[in-house]
Design a protein around this ligand. Structure first.
Ligand SMILES: Cc1cc2nc3c(=O)[nH]c(=O)nc-3n(C[C@H](O)[C@H](O)[C@H](O)COP(=O)(O)O)c2cc1C
Length: 242
């Protein structure tokens, strides 16, 4: 089984997103999948120009010559897509949105009614499959992910893939500090690994496992004080620890 993961954090392997994505993908690899990680930061992906070239002049082919040329075959072949991104202004970071917009060549322009709703049929050269979301945010509450989760669920319906669930880590800024201070949070990382294993072997991730990943790491008032202190210190020293 092939998995393609898109890491849309500009901090790539050193970000908070990677702290959850890493063990999740390890769990998938342990379960026998072939996992490839792409980093939007390393990709040159231009925005869709909205001409429907890929739907009319050359069905299934985007005319823009950039790194999407390498991304398309990987996404067509992968049974599981993992979209991994920090919350940026309540949604997906722009480079990931640009990549997603460019997926139009994977579907047909025609409209069909599925589940009493207008949808596009998937093209035959793109495999059916699932999408799992991995996201981290800076605010404390879990509901900061609501717009992103709603968006990714809608996208799944639109392009005919199954939403496999989301690994959501609020107050993600606490992860690295806790690791550095040796405060126990191994259960969160272990749950991310377990979620990867479950998705591959059972086809679903258990609600208990996902809720461990999102569990409270530190009380809200403590977190807010620590973040604010960090930024006050950063302004004095011009050095931000993230
Ligand atoms: C441009 C920008 C916008 C952000 N918007 C939000 C937001 O709307 N809500 C939130 O909770 N965190 C927001 N954050 C915080 C990030 O989600 C958070 O720092 C995250 O842990 C970064 O992950 P990374 O280390 O993988 O890049 C924002 C950060 C940036 C840089």
């Amino acid at each position: 089984m092939k998995v393609v993961a898109i890491n849309a954090s500009p901090h790539m392997d050193h970000g908070n997103t990677a702290m959850i994505l890493g063990p999740f993908l390890e769990g998938m690899r342990d379960a026998g999948t072939d996992v490839e990680v792409l980093y939007t930061r390393r990709l040159n992906i231009k925005p869709c120009t909205g001409e429907f070239h890929c739907w009319v002049k050359e069905p299934g082919r985007c005319y823009i010559d950039d790194d999407m040329n390498d991304v398309y075959p990987k996404m067509r072949e992968a049974e599981i897509w993992v979209l991994a991104a920090p919350v940026y202004v309540d949604g997906l970071p722009a480079p990931l949105k640009m990549l997603i917009d460019r997926l139009l060549p994977l579907v047909e322009p025609f409209i069909e009614i599925r589940d009493e709703h207008c949808r596009h049929p998937r093209r035959e050269d793109a495999k059916a499959g699932k999408i799992a979301l991995v996201s981290v945010c800076g605010f404390w509450e879990l509901d900061n992910f609501d717009p992103m989760v709603t968006h990714v669920k809608a996208m799944c319906k639109n392009i005919g893939r199954e939403f496999a669930g989301a690994l959501l880590r609020p107050h993600g800024g606490a992860l690295k500090v806790m690791r550095k201070l040796g405060v126990p949070m191994g259960d969160v990382l272990e749950a991310a690994r377990e979620a990867g294993r479950q998705l591959v072997t059972d086809g679903v991730m258990s609600p208990e496992t996902l809720s461990t990943i999102s569990r409270e790491l530190v009380p809200r008032d403590v977190y807010v004080r620590a973040v604010n202190m960090n930024f006050h210190r950063a302004r004095l020293t011009s050095k931000l620890k993230i």
